[in-house]
Design a protein around this ligand. Structure first.
Ligand SMILES: CC(C)(COP(=O)(O)OP(=O)(O)OC[C@H]1O[C@@H](n2cnc3c(N)ncnc32)[C@H](O)[C@@H]1OP(=O)(O)O)[C@@H](O)C(=O)NCCC(=O)NCCS
Length: 218
């Protein structure tokens, strides 16, 4: 089994990913990679940093795995792009699921970053490239599509369908049987009582659709 991993990034999330993999997984981190235009240092955490554009020359996909747990900036479009570029290069991505998360045989895709104290109830499927920061409740019989980002302490009730690239602020609460539209921004503390439109920005209790301004923040 391949277990040598290259992490995309050299900022906070990459440093955290390195810590979690080194302390709570069977994977061995052997290098970091960033886009050539961000390649300012040749080492990070005592490991080499190489240009993503030429990654396969030093760490070919036949021998090495990739992990790109990135922030959700630009409504998850940047993470989506890097994940898709990694797939085009032929890499298999790992997923990290904390040993302190509660997982009930859920189907979980690749390049997911699922931290401590997440509860994934039975019969909910998680797509590829999904981030769940610490402490979310993910209810039963749900479906979470690719590139979705949960910050912390989100309550997603049972039977919800979350479409691609949705982004949830801290402490958001989603009623059962809701569909959260593609690319939606759900503000911190929002109480979502009805299904949301694609690319909408929702805030408040009960959550109402807002002007687009905040989409520029995330
Ligand atoms: C919704 C959000 C994106 C708005 O960001 P923003 O456009 O920068 O908004 P501002 O901070 O300029 O606030 C604008 C107004 O909305 C209010 N507001 C901001 N966020 C709010 C929220 N979640 N719920 C209710 N009101 C909110 C502010 O108090 C302010 O009100 P005012 O005009 O009466 O003073 C942001 O507040 C949010 O929810 N971010 C998520 C935070 C989070 O989860 N962080 C974890 C990262 S890992």
């Amino acid at each position: 089994m391949k277990n040598k991993v290259v992490i995309f990034g050299v900022l906070d999330t990459a440093e955290l990913a390195h810590w979690y993999l080194e302390n709570d997984s069977a994977y061995e981190v052997i290098a970091f990679t960033v886009n050539q235009s961000y390649l300012n240092e040749t080492s990070f955490k005592g490991l080499p940093v190489v240009a993503f554009e030429r990654l396969e020359e030093t760490y070919p996909p036949a021998d090495f795995l990739l992990f790109a747990p990135m922030t959700g900036v630009k409504m998850n479009t940047v993470r989506k792009k890097i994940y898709e570029e990694g797939k085009c290069k032929g890499y298999e991505f790992i997923s990290y699921v904390s040993s302190k998360a509660t997982v009930c045989q859920n189907k979980i895709g690749e390049n997911c970053f699922i931290l401590e104290d997440n509860t994934l109830q039975p019969f909910t499927e998680i797509g590829n490239n999904v981030v769940m920061w610490s402490g979310n409740h993910i209810g039963h019989h749900g479906k979470i599509e690719d590139h979705v980002f949960f910050t912390s302490h989100v309550v997603l009730s049972g039977h919800c369908h979350v479409k691609e690239r949705a982004w949830f602020g801290v402490n958001a609460t989603i009623r059962d049987y809701i569909t959260v539209g593609e690319g939606c921004l759900i503000a911190m503390g929002a109480v979502v009582t009805k299904s949301t439109e694609d690319d909408g920005f929702y805030m408040g209790s009960p959550a109402k659709k807002q002007e687009k301004k905040a989409m520029e923040v995330y």
